[in-house]
Design a protein around this ligand. Structure first.
Ligand SMILES: Nc1nc2c(ncn2[C@@H]2O[C@H](COP(=O)(O)OP(=O)(O)OP(=O)(O)O)[C@@H](O)[C@H]2O)c(=O)[nH]1
Ligand SMILES: [Zn+2]
Ligand SMILES: [Zn+2]
Ligand SMILES: [Zn+2]
Length: 280
């Protein structure tokens, strides 16, 4: 996890470590691990706050995770085309360097906020919170958060989303769930993307991919989908509508919904503190 690579220090949370930030090192010096655990705990706190924003505005928030280039942005483009008249969509785009993905979404007539993470290989709740100030949640039914292309770090940070969706493109190999268990275990839905290429990729077996997923004790549904040909798109849209209703029903009951697993984050939740924060 990022405790070791230190990549959970980002532009979004750096203020906590500097000057009189609440996790700033004391004279005596704090152990690095303690500081990093503090950051994760703080992340979960901000994530819960983000989720409150979504719930209050009746927004379904979806975190899309995958390897680089497995088709997240293309899927969003096709989803906007298909759902544009039915549901209001906004997108938060996470990328290491460029604004390209946000521009592709804006070209579809949808609000997209780009977060360029620089060296950070994942989004965190602070960055998403910052981006939310550029989104009018009253005008949104579904907020998609396209995470940075990476099969490791994104799974360990709660952003405040309700559901995780992990893409596995058929060009990557059907053993990916076995090699990257955390991100696949965290998925509420697995999309096998670029399914139009299956006929030429005779070494990718969707049923083997599903077998590897089940070995992780995941009951998440899989949908084989092609944003290019449109195969599986209806099943994806049906899943989205269902997720929206399920989350709305929970929120109406005074509860909320969190993704299947945010493993490290959850363990660190038992850390009481207060956080003064007001805005709308
Ligand atoms: N054949 C095929 N190609 C696809 C499909 N979906 C996306 N692609 C192509 O795959 C490449 C990467 O797609 P993107 O949507 O940019 O992937 P991404 O996951 O957003 O990439 P990053 O943001 O860099 O992580 C592009 O050339 C797409 O045109 C698909 O369903 N079929
Ligand atoms: Zn990392
Ligand atoms: Zn993308
Ligand atoms: Zn806020």
């Amino acid at each position: 996890m990022c405790d070791t690579c230190g990549c959970n220090i980002t532009d979004g949370n750096r203020y906590l470590l500097e000057g009189d930030g609440k996790l700033a090192r004391t004279e005596s010096g704090r152990e690095a691990v303690q500081v990093l655990e503090g950051l994760l705990s703080e992340n979960d706190h901000v994530a819960a706050h983000n989720r409150e924003h979504f719930d209050r505005h009746g927004v379904l928030a979806i975190n899309l995770m995958s390897s680089p280039g497995s088709g997240k942005t293309r899927l969003l483009e096709e989803t906007i085309t298909a759902l544009g008249d039915e549901l209001r969509i906004a997108v938060v785009e996470g990328d290491l360097e460029t604004e390209n993905d946000a521009q592709r979404i804006r070209d579809k007539g949808v609000n997209a906020v780009q977060i360029t993470t620089g060296t950070a290989c994942h989004l965190d709740a602070h960055m998403v919170h910052g981006a939310l100030h550029a989104v009018d949640l009253d005008d949104v039914d579904i907020l998609f958060i396209e995470n940075v292309g990476n099969l490791v770090c994104p799974a360990s940070f709660d952003l405040g989303q309700h559901r995780n969706v992990t893409l596995l493109s058929v060009t990557e190999g059907d053993d990916k769930p076995a090699k990257y268990p955390v991100i696949f275990r965290a998925a509420d839905l697995v999309l096998i993307s670029k399914a139009d290429l299956l006929p030429v990729l005779d070494d990718f077996s969707p049923s083997k991919a599903e077998g590897h997923l089940r070995q992780l004790a995941s009951a998440a549904p899989l949908i084989a989908l092609s944003a290019k040909s449109g195969v599986g798109l209806d099943d994806w849209l049906a899943w989205l509508r269902e997720a929206r209703e399920a989350v709305a029903a929970k929120v109406a009951d005074g509860a909320t919904v969190r993704p299947a697993i945010q493993p490290e984050g959850q363990q660190l939740h038992a850390h009481p503190h207060h956080h003064a924060h007001t805005h709308d």
